[in-house]
Design a protein around this ligand. Structure first.
Ligand SMILES: [Zn+2]
Length: 471
């Protein structure tokens, strides 16, 4: 994701007013717990067909696990009032028993205040009947009607009106019934009918729930190029024009550089940027969103593409590891553009350092880039800022100064290959870097750059100091 300061500097954090799901039979309970205390079935595959303009949707959730209960978010907002403001309706919940006949399952809907994330969730709890629960991978079908889904994060507040979904970091429940954890080992198949030429996620490889998306409207597909590995990169845009081709010229060689030096792309042979209105940039796969006002800046399209390796290819263990996604991606964005001779890399880096200075001078921002003390507690949405991006990139830059770019790239490649299509933590990345650079005190370097409230005075990682154990 591209931090939004550059397109809406100083903009107030967007008000959450998102579409929610209600049922005439729902039981509204005054619940105020953050996490489900009981084990629930894991959603491993989500297939949804969205119908426009009627705004009806059918979701098929495939489940794994032992519990008789599955719980999914079906609405998320920053306040209960915002949650109540927009009503959507669950039309039907059903499971598929061995006979194949669809049966209704018992379900309730409750509002849950998630104190960790400081949001209210509308949570659908479904109790599987005996026949459905006996299935190895039971399926639950949920038909619902959705309403307007304003964007929560970028200040545009247009949502579907702007022709795209916006669900980062944990707002997927506003688009489809979901379990929003970033490490979820789940696949998403989204389809849109009646929305013009829609661009939607439809993948059999796991991605974080926030990476699944669609954009609707009359998109034209324009060929940008094909990489040596055979990945075809297209541009999707509303309208035509030659200027965009020049501005996005680095996307294909940057993508090819990543395939060659870091590892194979995991999300199909056809990919590309979608020029979407009213967004900065978002790492949706295999078609990442780039603000249609950012086409003069190839860094956005390259940054979102590189998330296919770090953030999506390697998913976050928890949002406390946000720097693993954004710091690694931003470092590589700048460095790959430099390798390609694109001056946009240096321009991006200069802007990064300016924005970091401005962010560090503010009193209201979390200054640490990495929070390994907890997992699943840190509210990345509430504490969002440029700091993890640039402190993370500075950490890699400091390490690069000591061991050189080629050695660092090999270490990143080995990490990517080891964790591709799985969740990993920044802890694991730092351990991998320490192994790759045994002469450097990587741990202290990481602590100084990522875990402190301040910026370190020394801009390089120090040699490891020899220690002597007591006899
Ligand atoms: Zn990003």
């Amino acid at each position: 994701m591209v931090r939004l300061a550059r397109i809406a500097r100083g903009a107030p954090f967007a008000i959450l007013a998102l579409f929610v799901l209600l049922s005439s039979s729902c039981q509204r309970r005054p619940v105020a717990v953050a996490r489900s205390p009981v084990s629930v079935r894991r959603v491993v595959d989500t297939r949804v067909t969205f119908g426009f303009p009627d705004r009806v949707a059918s979701a098929e959730l495939t489940l794994e696990g032992d519990s008789d209960v599955v719980e999914v978010d079906v609405g998320v907002a920053e306040s209960r009032a915002a949650l109540d403001e927009r009503s959507t309706t669950i039309e039907r919940v059903a499971g598929v028993p061995p006979t194949g006949a669809k049966v209704a399952l018992a379900f309730t809907i409750a509002d849950v205040e998630d104190r960790n994330a400081h949001v209210f969730r509308r949570r659908l709890s479904i109790e599987l009947d005996e026949a459905t629960a006996r299935e190895e991978r039971p399926r639950v079908d949920i038909d619902y009607r959705f309403v307007e889904q304003p964007s929560h994060h970028d200040g545009a507040h247009k949502g579907f009106a702007a022709g795209r979904t916006s669900t980062w970091p944990y707002f997927c429940g506003n688009v489809f019934p979901c379990q929003p954890s970033p490490d979820a080992d789940a696949t998403f198949h989204l389809r849109v009918t009646g929305g013009g030429s829609a661009i939607a996620t439809d993948l059999s490889t796991p991605i974080p729930p926030y990476a699944a998306a669609f954009a609707i409207g009359g998109f034209h597909r324009e060929w940008l190029g094909v990489t040596h590995a055979g990945t075809t990169i297209d541009l999707f845009r509303l309208g035509t024009g030659d200027e965009v081709f020049r501005d996005l010229a680095s996307v294909v060689p940057a993508f090819a550089w990543m395939e060659t030096h870091v590892g194979p792309w995991s999300f199909g042979a056809n990919v590309g940027p979608v020029l979407a209105p009213d967004t900065g940039g978002m790492e949706h796969v295999p078609f990442w969103h780039v603000g249609d006002d950012r086409v003069g800046d190839s860094t956005v399209a390259v940054h979102e593409a590189i998330h296919g390796w770090f953030g999506n290819g390697v998913r976050l263990r928890c949002f406390e590891d946000f720097v693993l996604s954004e710091g690694t991606t931003e470092y590589l964005t700048v460095r790959v553009l430099r390798e390609l001779g694109d001056p946009a890399g240096d321009g991006e880096w200069a802007a990064d350092l300016d924005e970091l200075d401005a962010a560090m001078a503010r009193d209201d921002l979390e200054k640490r880039a990495w929070r390994p003390e907890t997992c699943g507690v840190f509210d990345v949405g509430r504490h969002y800022s440029v700091i993890p991006y640039v402190k993370g990139a500075l950490f890699y830059t400091a390490l690069e100064r000591r061991i050189g770019f080629p050695r660092l790239v090999v270490a990143l490649r080995e990490f990517y290959v080891a964790h591709s299509l799985h969740a990993a933590s920044m802890r694991e990345m730092i351990d991998a870097l320490a192994e790759a650079a045994p002469e450097i005190d990587v741990e202290s370097c990481a602590t100084a750059w990522l875990r402190a409230d301040t910026l370190p005075s020394e801009r390089a990682c120090a040699d490891k100091v020899a220690t002597h154990s007591s006899p």
